[in-house]
Design a protein around this ligand. Structure first.
Ligand SMILES: [Zn+2]
Length: 587
């Protein structure tokens, strides 16, 4: 009690009464809880509304509805009161989008955003952070998950006292949904992203995994999934700036810790995120995306303040480098068209970590192994004792798979529902106005297999393919997508079978792998006899086929199938991917 009185006395002596009232009025739920708890959805929105009422520079804008019909909000902060994308884009100021609570149990960013907005707009101590930028903040993205709160949603996470659930009400992990866009939340987000087209994107998370000394880690795309100049800008300018500023503010920072092997000595790797993830997605939209991952074992308070420090760093950086950032994004959009469409360089779809490494001083927490009668083997226990060790950092990636792009894609009209899914990515889709002749490439898929478990509500096939050249007449009304667009990377990723997050890979076209007509053995056998009579060479081919595998040899149906597949009765469209690659327009 004595200490409390003394502290109160001290604060009264430092702040005049009016300032103290102001501070109390603007205290956040997180502060009132002694930095241990986070507000629910209604209390969160109420605080943002209060800021909106108090400041002329803020507008809280709904951008969609969740599956349970909660409103999704984005808070737009602009000194110029540029509250629409059209107005904001005219300003020549970078647009920053900060996203909180995509995994709503990882909610530091929301509490950090409230504190930061107060310092910018109410106490105005950081008002100059919005001199040269337009700031967009999503208080909570996964709003339904956020309300499924419990102290038991994240095992071993050190606060807040109650936290949201990782997935949406439909059990979608939004951070796997950027390309396929199954959820209403993601469809709304994509429309928001593509209307504002932010210059810098930040996605705030909390990670588990190995314990270490770092309070906060980051992932940022910087390989060939980004335009060359953008990647260079990230590596040479943003990363050093952000590391320095975070440490100056008293937080230990490191790249996201993913070990190459099973132990610390194997080193850590940096990898290219595929576009199902937020930052992998913004990369193929030619935009910088920063992933923030605090460590769940650190106290919630430190995690909120280190996240806030990173948000401030990004905003400071965008203020300081506003012209360069705007130019780099403009050139990045032009680069993809020039490099992949005009210069015909093949487009990189997937990446591997290279063998090249550089030394990295890792600041870990010592772990020992102890026998456990529960596991029946050893189990890891962190001792809390810090250590430092030089380990390799594999921070370069090389292209694993790439593709030569066509001039455009044709999408048959029956896939209209997919066209809607394509358009939310900001992609222009045209309708053929008259019948046209094209030289196209088709994919014929083979060796199709399925995974045995459902993943994000999809059964994902694996396959190989052959390419077939064809001349076709496409009638008016079908869809055509020109690749001379700034979204070229998104188009190629969605429509090329090799794309790790293509519609085909996600199982949107599984019906093309299903045979729908069959034969009776008694009717197929005479046809097979006739086929051999008409083409005696077929017999040798048949003999080779049945002798290749005793299982085939003993199976009458498989023997007959050899002929069925070569007969005119066989479905020519089976395993043929319906989206066509245009090589040339004939007339
Ligand atoms: Zn997360």
């Amino acid at each position: 009690m004595k200490i409390f009185t003394l502290l109160l006395f001290l604060s009264v002596s430092i702040f005049p009464q009016s300032d103290l009232n102001k501070i109390n009025k603007w205290q956040t739920f997180f502060e009132k809880s002694n930095f241990l708890s986070t507000p629910d959805y209604n209390e969160t929105i109420e605080y943002f509304r209060k800021i909106e009422k108090a400041s002329p520079y803020v507008k809280l804008i709904p951008f969609g509805k969740s599956a349970q019909e909660r409103t999704l909000y984005v808070c737009v902060v602009s000194k110029d009161r540029a509250f629409t994308p059209e107005k904001a884009k005219k300003l020549s100021k970078p647009i920053i989008l900060i996203q909180n609570g995509i995994h709503s149990g990882e909610i530091e960013g929301k509490d950090a955003s409230m504190l930061l907005l107060r310092e910018i707009l109410i106490t105005k101590e950081k008002i100059n952070l919005i001199d040269n930028v337009t700031l967009l903040i999503i208080p909570v993205f996964n709003v339904d998950g956020h309300e499924r709160k419990s102290p038991f949603n994240r095992i071993n996470q050190n606060g807040p006292t109650e936290m949201g659930w990782r997935t949406t009400a439909q059990n979608y992990n939004l951070n796997r949904d950027y390309m396929k866009a199954d959820s209403p939340e993601m469809q709304s987000w994509l429309k928001l992203f593509n209307s504002w087209l932010p210059d810098f994107f930040v996605d705030s998370h909390t990670t588990d995994g190995a314990d270490y000394q770092y309070n906060i880690t980051y992932g940022i795309e910087k390989f060939k999934n980004l335009p060359t100049k953008t990647a260079k800008f990230v590596k040479e300018k943003f990363i050093p700036f952000n590391n320095k500023r975070t440490e100056e503010k008293g937080f230990l920072i490191a790249p996201y810790v993913a070990f190459k092997g099973r132990n610390v000595e194997s080193g850590i790797v940096d990898y290219t995120a595929s576009p199902r993830f937020s930052t992998g997605y913004t990369a193929i939209q030619n935009r910088i995306g920063l992933l923030i991952e605090t460590h769940m074992l650190k106290p919630y308070k430190d995690r909120v303040f280190s996240t806030k420090a990173m948000f401030e760093n990004v905003i400071e950086f965008c203020n300081q480098n506003k012209d360069e950032l705007l130019n780099i994004n403009k050139e990045g959009d032009e680069f993809v068209i020039q490099n992949y469409f005009k210069n015909k360089n093949s487009y990189p779809l997937s990446f591997d970590v290279s063998d090249k490494s550089k030394p990295f001083l890792y600041k870990g927490i010592e772990a020992i192994e102890e026998d456990s009668w529960i596991t029946g083997k050893k189990v890891l226990r962190y001792t809390g004792k810090p250590f430092e060790k030089e380990i390799p950092f594999f921070d370069d990636n090389i292209v694993r798979d790439s593709i030569d792009i066509p001039t455009s894609y044709i999408i048959p009209i029956e896939n209209k529902y997919l066209v809607e899914r394509i358009k939310v990515h900001g992609i222009n889709v045209d309708v053929l106005k008259k019948d046209k002749k094209f030289i196209v490439e088709k994919y014929k898929l083979k060796n199709v297999r399925y995974g045995t478990t459902s993943y994000e509500n999809h059964f994902q096939p694996s396959y190989e393919y052959d390419k077939i050249m064809d001349t076709v007449i496409i009638s008016k009304g079908n869809f055509i997508i020109d690749l001379q667009q700034r979204t070229l990377g998104v188009i190629v990723h969605l429509l090329e079978p090799k794309g790790p997050d293509s519609f085909l890979k996600w199982g949107f076209f599984n019906s093309i792998f299903e045979p729908k007509e069959y034969f009776e053995e008694y009717s197929m056998e005479p046809i097979a006899q006739k086929m051999v009579r008409d083409n005696p060479k077929l017999k040798d081919e048949f003999e080779n086929y049945i002798n290749s595998d005793p299982k085939i040899k003993e199976n009458p149906r498989r023997r007959l199938n050899f002929f069925y597949e070569r007969s005119p009765y066989f479905d020519k469209q089976l395993n043929v991917y319906p989206i066509l690659r245009v090589i040339k327009v004939l007339d």
